[in-house]
Structures are given as C-alpha cells and as structure tokens.
Design a protein around this ligand. Structure first.
Ligand SMILES: *[C@@H]1O[C@H](CO)[C@@H](O)[C@H](O)[C@H]1NC(C)=O
Ligand SMILES: *[C@@H]1O[C@H](CO)[C@@H](O)[C@H](O)[C@H]1NC(C)=O
Ligand SMILES: *[C@@H]1O[C@H](CO)[C@@H](O)[C@H](O)[C@H]1NC(C)=O
Ligand SMILES: *[C@@H]1O[C@H](CO)[C@@H](O)[C@H](O)[C@H]1NC(C)=O
Ligand SMILES: *[C@@H]1O[C@H](CO)[C@@H](O)[C@H](O)[C@H]1NC(C)=O
Ligand SMILES: *[C@@H]1O[C@H](CO)[C@@H](O)[C@H](O)[C@H]1NC(C)=O
Ligand SMILES: *[C@@H]1O[C@H](CO)[C@@H](O)[C@H](O)[C@H]1NC(C)=O
Ligand SMILES: *[C@@H]1O[C@H](CO)[C@@H](O)[C@H](O)[C@H]1NC(C)=O
Ligand SMILES: *[C@@H]1O[C@H](CO)[C@@H](O)[C@H](O)[C@H]1NC(C)=O
Ligand SMILES: *[C@@H]1O[C@H](CO)[C@@H](O)[C@H](O)[C@H]1NC(C)=O
Ligand SMILES: *[C@@H]1O[C@H](CO)[C@@H](O)[C@H](O)[C@H]1NC(C)=O
Ligand SMILES: *[C@@H]1O[C@H](CO)[C@@H](O)[C@H](O)[C@H]1NC(C)=O
Length: 792
C-alpha cells in the first residue's frame, strides 16, 4: 500500500511539466523512461534503488544502490555507464518499444544499451536481490544486471566465465580501474592488476603451485557465488565463510580500489559496513598500488605509504598508480664503472627476474647485474633450505614492499655519479624520518678526526635512536592498544628508585665494578635482595621528564641477549640506571682468562648477534648500538651474553659530550667501521662491522686495539686483524694444510674445538668485517647463518 501512494502521486504529475518533482517507479513498461530525477525501487522492501547517481558536477551514471542509509553516501552496487557519465540534460533511461533498454544523453546520443529485442509486452523491474531484470510476460528473463557486474557481487549473484569484477578508481571516482577478478583459462579465480604499464596476476600467489594455493583446475564450469548466509564457493574449490556467517541483513563482495577483494556486511546496530572477509590482510602484498619503481610500506595503523626507489621520482605527482621513473640516465655500455648500487634493507620485489643464479658471491652477483643492459637491480640472499646464496637480477622493479620479515637486501642500480646524492635522499625515505643531525663530517684522515667523527656519530645516532625509539614506542602502543606504561612497568618490573635507596644498595657507592659509557658502575643489593649493577651517569640530561622519556623507551627493549634494565633514578642532579648484575662481568674480562671453551665462544657470538639483530630490527634497522665491543658484552652465570650500553648516547647531555675525555674512546677505536673515517652514511652495518671484529677477537684471542695490551705482538688494528686472519687462512690453504682454521684459533683453546663451527664463525666474522658496507650481512642474516649451522 505504502508503495502505491507515491506511484499514484507520481502518476498525477506525469502530465505536468514540473521537473522539480521526482517520480518513483516499481517497474517500467515499453515506452516509458526515467529522467535523472526519477528512481526505480525494488519490488517488496525497497532495499535497492535504481536511478541516476550524481558522480560529479553535472554528470550522472545510471546505477543501482542500497536505499539505506540515505545520507548522500549511497553504496553503489552496479553502474551501466561507469566510464561514460552523462550530463543530465535531456537524459533518459528508457525501455523502447523494440524491447531495447537504452540510456541516451542530450536527447539522442546512445551511451549504453542492453541490446535486447522483443515484440511481446515486457517490463523492467528491480528485484530485492538487487538484480535489475527485463522479463517477458511469461516470466522469461531477457536481460539482467547480474550478468554484467561492475565491482560488486551481491549475494546469490553468480560470477561466471563471462563476468569480471573491475575495481573503481577511488571511493569517489567510480570509473573502471586496474584490479580485475575473473576466471582464468586455467579455470581458477584470479585477481589481475592491469596498470598503465604493467600487467600482473597476483592472486592466488603465483609462486605457489595452484593446488598449494588450495585451488583446483579440473572443474571447467567457472562459477562462483556468495550465498545469503555468507558462504562463498567457487568451482575452483575456493571456499570461505564471512566472519559473521549466518543470516544477515545485507552483504556485498567488492573488488576494492586498493586491489583487495572484500566481503562487507551491514552491521545492524551501527548501520555501517564492516569488513567480514578479505583476500589480503597485508595492504602492501597487493602489487601495483604504488606503481612501478616504488616501495610500499604499511604503517602501524594499517595506512599504506608509497615511496619511490632511491634515484627515481614520481611520474605523476598526483597519482601513485603511475609509479616512478628514473631520475637519471643509465648507460647500457657498462664497461667503465658507470653504475653502482644502493642497498635497500627489508625490501623485496617479487618476480621479474632475469634468472635465478645460485652460488654467486656478492661481487659476482653485482657483476652479473652489470652485464645485463636492463638489469635494474638485484636481490642477494642466503637460501637456508638449499644452503647457498641466491642472486636474482631484476629487469622490472614492480610490486616492491617493505617488511621486517624480508632478509635478503635489494640492490638498486644507479649511475655512479648519482650514488652519493641518491644515498642521502634515500635516507629521507626511511621510516625514521627525523634524523635531523646531518653527518656533516669533513674528511680528514687524522686520528683526532676519527674521534670527532665518532662523537658526531654518537650525537647523530642519538637523534636516530630517539626518533626510532619513539616510532617503535608508537608502534607498540598501537599494537597493544591501551596498554599503558603502567602495564609495562608491571610486566618488566621497570621502576623508579630513590637516590637514598640506591645509595644504601651500593653502600655509599663503595664497590666499583666498571667505568665507561658515560659513567661509573657500582655493584649493589636492592631491598628485594636482587643484585644489581648501578650506573651513575656523569653527564646525563638534566630535565627529569626528558630523561624519563628516554629511559622508558630503553626500558621497553626486552630481549634475552640485551641487558635488562630494572629502573632508574632521577633526583636532583643525580641520574642513575639500575641494571641486572652479570656474574661473569664483561667479555673483555673473560676473553683472556682461559674460561671460554669453543662452545661458550660460539654461544657468545650467536647470542650477541641475536641481541644486536633485535636492536636493529625493532625499528627497521635504525636502533644502532654504535659501540659494540667486548667491554659491552656481559656474561651471566651460564656465560650467556647480554649486550649492554645500548641507547645510552641519547641520555648524555650533549654539551657535555664535547668535554668527554678522549682517552675513553680510544678503547673502542679498534672496533670502528671504516664508514666513520670515510664520511659515509652510517647504517646498522657499523654495528655489523664491530661485531665481526669482536668475533674475530673471540676466535683468535688477538686484540684489534692498541694500547690496552701488555703484549705488543698481539696488538693489531681492525683491518690488520682481518688481514691477519685472511692471510693465515690463505697461507695454510696454499700450503695445502687441511685445517687452516687451526692457524688462527686462540691457542688457549689447546686445539679443542669443532672445526666446522669455527669455520662458519670465521666466515661470518670475515663477512661482517668487510670493508664494503653492502657486502656485510645484516645482523639477522648473521644470526640465521649461525643458527642454521647449529641446527644442522
Ligand atoms: C559521507 O562521506 C564523507 C567522506 O567519506 C564524509 O565526510 C561524510 O561525513 C559522509 N556523510 C554522511 C552523512 O555520513
Ligand atoms: C576518474 O578517473 C578516470 C581515470 O583515471 C579519469 O579519466 C576521470 O577524469 C576521473 N573522474 C573524475 C570525476 O575525477
Ligand atoms: C564444478 O563446480 C560446480 C560449482 O561449484 C559444482 O556444482 C560441480 O559439481 C563441480 N563439478 C565437478 C565435476 O566437481
Ligand atoms: C562455513 O560455516 C558452516 C556452518 O558453520 C560450516 O558448515 C562450513 O564448513 C564453513 N565453511 C568454511 C569454508 O569454513
Ligand atoms: C596525473 O593523473 C591525473 C589523475 O589520474 C590525471 O588527471 C593527469 O592528467 C595526470 N597527469 C599527467 C601529467 O599524466
Ligand atoms: C660503448 O663504449 C665503447 C668504449 O667506450 C665505445 O667504443 C662504443 O661505441 C660504445 N657503444 C655504445 C653503443 O655506446
Ligand atoms: C672499476 O672499479 C674497480 C673497483 O672500484 C676498479 O678496480 C676498476 O679498475 C674500475 N674499472 C674501471 C674501468 O674504471
Ligand atoms: C655451491 O658451492 C658449493 C661449494 O663451493 C658446492 O658444494 C655446492 O654444490 C654448490 N651448489 C650449487 C647448487 O652449485
Ligand atoms: C624533527 O625534529 C625537529 C627538531 O628536533 C622538529 O622541529 C621537527 O618537528 C621534527 N619533525 C618531526 C616530523 O617529528
Ligand atoms: C655513607 O656516607 C655518609 C656520609 O657521606 C655517612 O654518614 C654514612 O654513615 C655512610 N653510610 C654507610 C653505610 O657507609
Ligand atoms: C648540560 O650540561 C651543561 C653544563 O655542563 C648545562 O649548562 C646544561 O643545562 C645541561 N643541559 C641539559 C639539557 O641538561
Ligand atoms: C682523562 O682520563 C684520564 C683517566 O681516566 C685522566 O687521568 C685524565 O686526567 C683525563 N683528562 C681530562 C682532560 O679530563
């Protein structure tokens, strides 16, 4: 009855030339038409409405949408002319006497037609399923909108071999875009990206054999349907349930503009659409969204971020789907070192390999890429299953994304002349954007400058760390929802101590156990009988709030191979840190004491690598230690190593640092990476280098540093230690000695060690201590290599 009234009303106005009134129909018969103001509503409950949807200023598309919510943000489920909007002047959607359904613009231009013909009476109606159907009087369907979907599949609408879902350009621009859901010739339901330059089928995962992806190819019926309960089934055996399986008000399956296939259900209470299934939960897993030559990264809040590959710039600054293009010219004629490589960590480019090459050295892989004219870069990683390095030169950089799970670095080819400038702009692309202190060190190869550089580093890295730790903090907050610092304090026992409490614990700071890293360390017994190492910071930040902010971030880093921090004290001018006490002191104290057998040494190397890998990874490589040395690796009662003194640089008062006693730094000189001296960008690879030197020291029992040892013959600079080891290995090799390792292993082990493990350890250490930053593995890779060895 309620429906009839508008119809009666509207029929009253049919004869009147009053365009400001809209008419509502439940069906159209031959000879009738809809103007831009008229609508057709679905038969029983008016769930759906068909009519002209305004897509822009003076432009309309004939569409079907959910009648509710009627707030101006209608949910469109079908469009007749999505790619060719009409202007609304003398526009008609008419059922002609011939039986053809036609959309005409400006009186005569035909924009869309159903191509149907019928001499008998027919009518057009919108069913409650959302299907617009042209039926004959004997109930034959001549045409239906369900046969030509746009981006949406409604419940019980069958996706067939002839239908494709095509994504829209954006939420507001409904025209056809790049992502398509369709049945392939292999009878499998696929999603394909068909961009301006590149086409890429990415679902199901092309690296999987089709049945590993849970699909079958033998059923050629090629049909798929989402039923009214939320169960989806396809003839290729793809099946799933929406998370709200059961009777629901409304659902729709949409090929979304971001390339994700989703099922939405209308939430009864809030009357909003909720995602109840999606094909990919990792937004960057979908290629094309950032175009070619770009890197997609997902921020903690699920927002996707696109950046160009270093050296490239956006093709169309308003639209990422065009991707990026090189901001340089590469000469193909690469006989003269005209191109070099930039390392991208944690980035992977799937596919587009010029081939997969195994057993290549890093250098070999690099040269391989250089030998191909169209090699844009290469991925070099260790394949743990097969046990060798794989080298994959790429001829297209497409679908690249960043994730902490990726190990093998990607190397991007750029002209050598651009290498320096590009490297600095690359830093801007990284997550930790606020590394405000430029590493602006003049290059002068004097000892003093080394030290100055080092100091600058400490400052700069402090800035890195702050921003990184804040980012990390932000990430953890996001991840853990409303978990507050209070929760963390409960969980880790991190707390504030009063000065008098610590004074008592250390019996008036009477038992000094160490010095360096900005303060003196005392042993103490806390009121709960825990033994602690209490560090009195000499030149710490004075502001209590600032100090606290820094401390609480350090307090959050939690790993079995990082020293645990129990609390702090900030009272008056006193700044103290309370750490767990390590029975066996530092590695430096133990290394020359005969207490470390090969097993312990191996475990120390592995544990230290793990601790550093954790530091580097939690914030996408940028929590640098910057001072890895035996003095900062502490050993517990079981000789398990824990890295200490991380994150300290930012606690120290910066103006104070300038006054630091240089002799304190000398001890670490032996472990400093060459980047410090050569004014090169500082990355986590500086820690990798220092780690390599520490491991070499651990193996050989030879100090890389000068001045500390009584036995001068043992003193070597880092490079000298490395070349000494290499030389000994080579020497033994040339003489055909079966066990070159014997020549370099610390004689205090009396030849008692596992040859194979030591060899691995030496190799890892030498790789870590490579001069070439890019040739060094990441800490994670080092861990993986050592672990792999341990398990095999
Ligand atoms: C419609 O959508 C826009 C953009 O998403 C939003 O700003 C606006 O508030 C919505 N309007 C209503 C009535 O919900
Ligand atoms: C929608 O996107 C298409 C394709 O990029 C473009 O041609 C068209 O101008 C856009 N329409 C609007 C209203 O922005
Ligand atoms: C092929 O798939 C359809 C739809 O899922 C199903 O009805 C039919 O039984 C299947 N055919 C075979 C041979 O399994
Ligand atoms: C979907 O849910 C129904 C009812 O709970 C269940 O029988 C069916 O196995 C589920 N299907 C899938 C693919 O999970
Ligand atoms: C950039 O993209 C926008 C939107 O797709 C388009 O309108 C514009 O013409 C493009 N510009 C260029 C230079 O291609
Ligand atoms: C490549 O370089 C060689 C030597 O520099 C030169 O003779 C040759 O013409 C170059 N070829 C091209 C195609 O530029
Ligand atoms: C290319 O660089 C390598 C190492 O940097 C150097 O040994 C070689 O001589 C260079 N080749 C040319 C042609 O400049
Ligand atoms: C890789 O090299 C190692 C030793 O050089 C050899 O044992 C191994 O068989 C090689 N693997 C392949 C796949 O060539
Ligand atoms: C970066 O640091 C500078 C100075 O410390 C500050 O002014 C700026 O707002 C920071 N930018 C961001 C994005 O945090
Ligand atoms: C600590 O020193 C203060 C004065 O410096 C002294 O009064 C107190 O007795 C000392 N306490 C202990 C336990 O030595
Ligand atoms: C750092 O120390 C200097 C004196 O050494 C002092 O004047 C300055 O206020 C301190 N800065 C902070 C932030 O504590
Ligand atoms: C540097 O430290 C050493 C020993 O720690 C000390 O003897 C020397 O006086 C200090 N120099 C300065 C300038 O503080």
């Amino acid at each position: 009855m309620a429906i009839l009234i508008p119809i009666l009303l509207s029929s009253l106005f049919i004869s009147l030339p009053l365009p400001s009134f809209s008419r509502t129909y439940t069906s159209l018969t031959k000879g009738s038409s809809l103007s831009t103001r008229d609508v057709l509503i679905s038969t029983r409950d008016a769930v759906f409405t068909a009519g002209f949807f305004r897509v822009g200023e003076n432009s309309y598309c004939f569409s079907i949408w959910f009648t509710q919510p009627n707030d101006g943000n209608q949910t469109i489920v079908w469009m007749a002319n999505r790619d060719q909007p009409v202007n609304g002047q003398h526009t008609k959607f008419s059922l002609q006497n011939s039986g053809n359904l036609e959309l005409t613009d400006a009186g005569q231009i035909s924009v869309w037609t159903s191509g149907t013909k019928s001499s008998s009476p027919i009518k057009l109606e919108l069913r409650d399923s959302g299907n617009l159907v042209l039926t004959t009087s004997d109930n034959q369907d001549l045409w239906q909108s369900f046969d030509s979907p746009t981006n949406t599949l409604l419940p019980d609408q069958i996706l067939t071999r002839n239908s494709i879902l095509v994504s829209s350009r954006s939420r507001t621009n409904h025209s056809s875009s790049f992502y398509k859901l369709y049945f392939g010739s292999d009878n499998v339901l696929h999603i394909r990206y068909e961009g301006p330059d590149i086409t890429n089928v990415f679902w199901p995962d092309p690296t999987l054999v089709i049945w590993d992806a849970g699909r079958l190819t033998y059923n050629s019926s090629k049909v798929a349907v989402l039923d009214s309960l939320g169960h989806f089934v396809s003839s290729d055996e793809l099946r799933f349930n929406s998370s709200d399986y059961g009777v629901s008000l409304q659902r729709r399956m949409v090929m979304d503009e971001d390339g994700n296939l989703r099922v939405y259900s209308l939430d009864k209470a809030s009357r909003t659409w909720q995602v109840t299934w999606q094909q990919s939960s990792e937004p960057c897993n979908i290629p094309g969204i950032c175009g070619a030559n770009s890197i997609c990264s997902s921020e903690p809040d699920g927002v996707r971020k696109c950046t160009c590959v270093p050296g490239y710039k956006m093709k169309n600054v308003t639209d990422w789907s065009y991707g990026c293009k090189p901001d340089f010219k590469l000469s193909c004629n690469d006989t003269t070192n005209s191109s070099g490589f930039i390392q991208l960590l944690n980035v992977q480019y799937p596919g587009y390999d010029l081939g997969s090459f195994t057993n290549y050295t890093f250098k070999g892989c690099k040269n391989l890429c250089l030998s191909y004219c169209d090699c844009k870069g290469f991925q070099y990683k260790f394949d743990f299953v097969k046990g060798y390095y794989s080298c994959n030169p790429k001829f297209i950089l497409f679908g690249g994304y960043r994730s902490n799970d990726f190990q093998g670095p990607m190397y991007i080819r750029v002209p050598t002349v651009n290498l320096k400038t590009v490297k600095s702009s690359q830093d801007l692309n990284l997550q930790c954007r606020n590394q405000t202190v430029p590493l602006n060190r003049p290059y002068e190869k004097k000892t003093q400058d080394w030290i100055k550089s080092y100091l600058w580093c400490t400052l700069a890295v402090g800035a890195f760390e702050i921003s990184c730790l804040l980012a990390y903090l932000f990430k953890t907050r996001k991840r853990s929802g409303s978990r507050t610092q209070g929760y963390l304090q409960v969980a880790t026992g991190f707390r504030k101590f009063s000065y008098s409490e610590l004074k008592k614990a250390t019996r008036n700071f009477s038992e000094e156990i160490g010095r360096g890293g900005g303060g003196v360390v005392y042993k103490g017994m806390l009121s709960d009988n825990r033994v602690a190492a209490i560090k009195y910071l000499k030149e710490a930040i004075q502001g209590e709030a600032e100090f606290l902010a820094e401390i609480s971030t350090i307090g959050r880093l939690n790993h079995m191979n990082l020293i645990e921090i129990w609390g702090y004290c900030a009272e008056g001018k006193h700044r103290l840190l309370v750490y767990e006490y390590m029975e066996h002191g530092s590695l430096a104290e133990n290394l020359y004491s005969d207490k470390l057998d090969w097993k312990k040494r191996y475990e120390i190397a592995l544990g230290t690598a793990r601790g550093l890998a954790y530091l580097h990874e939690e914030c996408l490589e940028w929590v640098l230690h910057c001072d890895v040395k035996p003095q900062n690796i502490l050993l517990n009662s079981e000789y398990q190593p824990k890295v200490a003194d991380f994150g300290l640089s930012k606690l120290l008062n910066r103006s104070g640092i300038d006054n630091l006693n240089f002799s304190k730094i000398r001890g670490t000189r032996g472990y400093m990476a060459p980047e410090w001296a050569f004014n090169l960008p500082i990355t986590s690879k500086v820690d990798v280098y220092s780690y390599g030197i520490v491991v070499l020291e651990l193996i050989t029992g030879r100090r890389p540093t000068g001045g500390n040892s009584n036995d001068d013959s043992n003193d070597v600079e880092p490079r000298r230690l490395v070349s000494w080891v290499k030389g000994k290995m080579q020497e033994a090799d040339e003489r055909g000695s079966p066990m070159p390792i014997v020549k370099i292993v610390d004689p205090s082990m009396n030849g008692d060690f596992d040859m194979e493990r030591m060899e691995i350890l030496v190799n890892v250490a030498l790789q870590c201590a490579e001069e070439d930053v890019d040739a060094r593995p990441t800490m994670r890779q080092a861990v993986d290599i050592l672990l792999h060895q341990e398990n095999s």
